[in-house]
Design a protein around this ligand. Structure first.
Ligand code: PLP
Length: 435
């Protein structure tokens, strides 16, 4: 890699990737890697899908860029009309941006603008402990991940954080599992009441925690109870589906597992599957009408990009055949991970839904005590897996404020049953190499 590239892994020599197909990537030396995580759970349709490339090229050739305040585009109209019926949002309005953090920034500003439009000066956003919503300042502020926040704390502190459903380390062990959803809802209610409901604009959370806590599926009663608390206080619900959206969990959007209808939904990653940097903020018609009737001071140079819309629409076409297969393939992955890993002394938990799965590593299975962070166990295993031709993603977990060791699986949805077994086996051998 050229020394002029500000590397995301300083001090490491990264291989140069040259080609990808399906769930496989190839580097400059012809080495093949099984893409167990689609990068950062980005690639859903697989690598090398030429119909998406052709759609991008055709739109760029017709017109590559216009400013979103000057022109609409046929590409964006067609994409929005096809996507709208799939969204779990009432009368959805779609604001396309360039990625997840931008989508979150747009969502929290939209929540503020909505309340201002109704004559209410609400500004507080409540997030969840251990959560991750992006690395820009607003998105980081609503995120609860201590390690990422630490260097930037002087700029943060406007958001509040409530409890998060992390079944392996439930914050309410005395009532776990039957009563913890109610406790989470009571806790959120208390936080809102303490701040003052007339100050709280929105609650933001992932329907299933992804990168931060590693594929944590909440108890069945969690989302209905949380939504009820928010509605009772006039607090908007923002569902962060950046990682879970576009089929990752076996439904088009993870909200659907619990009948959740958020006021605002954000998505990215799978939306264009890495073929274009695309994020989406979606709000209900009611939020849109309120904001449109007042002022929404916001915008990015690359929002409403016609090429992004063409990419998103082509990806949507591919996903229509894939999404119905995710539940079965996810079950295959879950079973294979249990078969290969559950006997290992350091494997504390194997969890997830659809093709979003995580393995939590612990020093002691009985006490669930994590490894000391300085041992960097997950990083070592991910490096060992890469040497065996398997790519995994590192989620950090969060144990009483300390980051933990989680291996995250989120392969392209085209992954075959055989590849799923192969990934699980290579992961097991990598764990054995390190521990
Ligand atoms: N929200 C969630 C749940 C994410 O997982 C991520 C990225 O991993 C983001 C937001 C930020 O997205 P981006 O990295 O595209 O800015």
């Amino acid at each position: 890699m050229s020394k002029h590239v500000f590397s995301r892994s300083p001090g490491h020599r990264l291989p140069l990737v040259v080609r990808g197909t399906g769930a496989e990537l190839f580097d400059e030396d012809g080495r093949c890697y099984l893409d167990g995580s689609g990068g950062a759970v980005v690639n859903s349709i697989g690598h090398g899908v030429t119909e998406v490339v052709d759609a991008i090229a055709a739109q760029a050739a017709a017109v590559a860029y216009v400013h979103g305040t000057a022109f609409g585009s046929e590409a964006l109209d067609a994409y929005a009309d096809e996507l709208a019926p799939l969204l779990p949002v009432d009368d959805p309005r779609i604001y396309p941006v360039s990625g997840g953090s931008e989508a979150v920034e747009t969502a929290i500003k939209l929540a503020r603008a909505y309340h201002l439009g109704r004559g209410q000066n609400r500004s507080v956003i409540i997030g969840r402990q251990g959560s991750y919503h992006g690395n820009t300042r607003g998105a980081l502020d609503v995120s609860g991940r201590a390690g990422l926040r630490a260097p930037y704390l002087p700029w943060l502190g406007h958001a509040f954080h409530t409890t998060t459903p992390y079944e392996y380390r439930c914050p309410f062990p005395d009532v776990h599992p039957g009563g913890c959803a109610v406790r989470h809802a009571e806790h959120l209610d208390r936080v809102i009441t303490q701040i003052g409901p007339d100050q709280v604009a929105a609650f933001i959370a992932e329907p299933v925690s992804g990168a931060a806590l590693g594929a944590c599926v909440p108890p069945a009663e969690y989302w209905p109870a949380i939504a009820e608390v928010c509605r009772a206080h006039g607090v908007l619900v923002i569902a962060d589906e950046v990682m879970t959206g576009f089929g990752r969990t076996g439904r088009w959007f993870a909200c659907e597992h619990w009948g959740l209808r958020p006021d605002i939904l954000v998505a990215a990653k799978g939306a264009a599957s890495g073929y274009w940097p695309l994020g989406l903020t979606v709000c209900s018609g009611e939020v849109y009408d309120t904001v449109a009737a007042s002022v929404f001071t916001h915008g990015f140079t690359y929002s409403h990009h016609p090429v992004g819309a063409a990419a998103g629409r082509a990806v949507l076409g591919v996903l229509r055949d894939l999404v119905p297969t995710v539940a079965d393939r996810g079950r295959d992955l879950g079973l294979a991970l249990h078969r290969e890993l559950s006997a290992h002394w350091a494997v504390g938990d194997i969890r997830g839904i659809g093709l979003l799965r995580a393995v939590e590593l612990v020093r002691d299975r009985d006490t669930r005590q994590p490894f000391p962070r300085r041992d960097r166990i997950a990083e070592q295993i991910i490096a060992a897996a890469k040497a065996k031709g398997l790519l995994l993603y590192h989620a950090t977990g969060n144990t009483n404020g300390h980051d933990g060791d989680l291996l995250l699986f989120g392969p392209p949805l085209v992954v075959t049953p055989e590849q799923v077994r192969d990934m699980s086996h290579r992961c097991a051998t990598a764990i054995h190499d390190v521990l």
